[in-house]
Design a protein around this ligand. Structure first.
Ligand code: SF4
Ligand code: SF4
Length: 111
């Protein structure tokens, strides 16, 4: 018998990462968390294939559930976290061009 519930709206959400990989080259896009908008739910964390999303240091905001941040030098720009956040929880992650990111923050990412 067919399941009476329809889960089609979850179709574009990928599965959580099965194993952790590592960056091989500099990506075209980088994930940036809008920390003012992030609830700190950490739903995105297990989906990141390179495990580079972590809570911000507790002292930064001084609140029990701090927002998350991306270790940008490890991000491979896969966009999974942004999809997961917008589909399952909030909409707190933006993908921006790596070059733009480097210009804004005046840093050069490895890769
Ligand atoms: S899923 Fe979205 S709201 Fe939740 S911790 Fe990740 S970025 Fe923040
Ligand atoms: S885009 Fe998101 S899920 Fe993909 S590597 Fe970067 S932080 Fe992880």
């Amino acid at each position: 018998m067919a399941n009476k519930f329809n889960y089609d709206h979850y179709k574009t959400v990928p599965d959580p990462a099965e194993k952790v990989n590592f960056k091989k080259k500099k990506p075209k896009l980088i994930a940036v968390v809008d920390e003012d908008n992030c609830t700190g739910c950490q739903v995105c964390v297990p989906f990141c294939p390179v495990d580079c999303i972590e809570p911000t240091p507790i002292e930064k905001y001084g609140i029990p559930i701090p927002p998350v941040q991306v270790r940008h030098d490890e991000c491979i720009g896969c966009q999974i976290c942004a999809k997961v956040c917008s589909k399952l929880t909030w909409d707190a992650i933006r993908m921006i061009k790596t070059k733009t990111f480097e210009d804004i923050y005046d840093i050069t990412l490895s890769g």
